[in-house]
Ligand binder design. Sequence first.
Ligand SMILES: Nc1ncnc2c1ncn2[C@@H]1O[C@H](COP(=O)(O)OP(=O)(O)O)[C@@H](O)[C@H]1O
Ligand SMILES: [Mg+2]
Length: 240
Amino acid sequence: MGNPLSDAAELLNGVVVVTGTDTDVGKTYATAALALAGYSSGRRRIAVYKPVQTGVLSGDSGDTDDVARLLSEAGVPREVLTTAEGQRLSAPMAPPPAAAIDQVPLLSLDDHAERIAALLRDHDLVLVEGSGGVLVELDGQAHNIADLSNLIGRNVDRNVGVVLVGRPDLGTLNHTLLSLDALYRRGVRVLGTVLGSWPSKPQALHETNRDYIRNIHAEDGTSVPLLGTIPLGWGSAAGD
Ligand SMILES: Nc1ncnc2c1ncn2[C@@H]1O[C@H](COP(=O)(O)OP(=O)(O)O)[C@@H](O)[C@H]1O
Ligand SMILES: [Mg+2]
């Protein structure tokens, strides 16, 4: 299978937090593609951490299992990848209501930051896949993935950055700009954007959305690079 985010390789050091404009936009696929780009450019110890995995029972396959499968299909040796979850909740909902249904406390942001720092001690690259979009509450104390990214940045002496994954379809420009605005307002270092589920036959709408997203600039004038598009079907047996 191809390597859709190979151009992002130089950014892939330390901690890369993968968030999205919404749920189901392709964060897990993007996480796998980022790990593959890291592997292809020489990283040999890569970890994927999912702070809160909702919508799964204990024996089910979660997002980190999907990343492991995609990397295995791409030919990455199993020993390169470490997968870890903070906690699992059964309901397919945001963490606070899902934890209430399972009657368990949510891990704190400090808990997640400690686990990520521990992974960073023996990995070159730690990818962290958030739940849902940027402002989804992770911990029952009104903290979100941007807060977690900032906390990790204060705790570790390594690069920490965020990748925003969005859809290529109608409505994505508003969602992408809103999400970037929320990230920048919180002082997060944004590495760039990714478009998931890129169609094999893109329409003018998809192409104009991609071109617009490729030209987004932060308030200080710096470019917010589009790191790549992930073809719909990437990673499936029949796909590229
Ligand atoms: N590049 C892709 N190729 C194939 N299917 C995709 C792709 N990106 C997303 N999908 C589809 O969208 C669903 C959600 O993608 P996923 O990466 O799990 O999103 P998220 O992690 O943001 O919830 C997948 O189960 C799959 O059906
Ligand atoms: Mg996911």
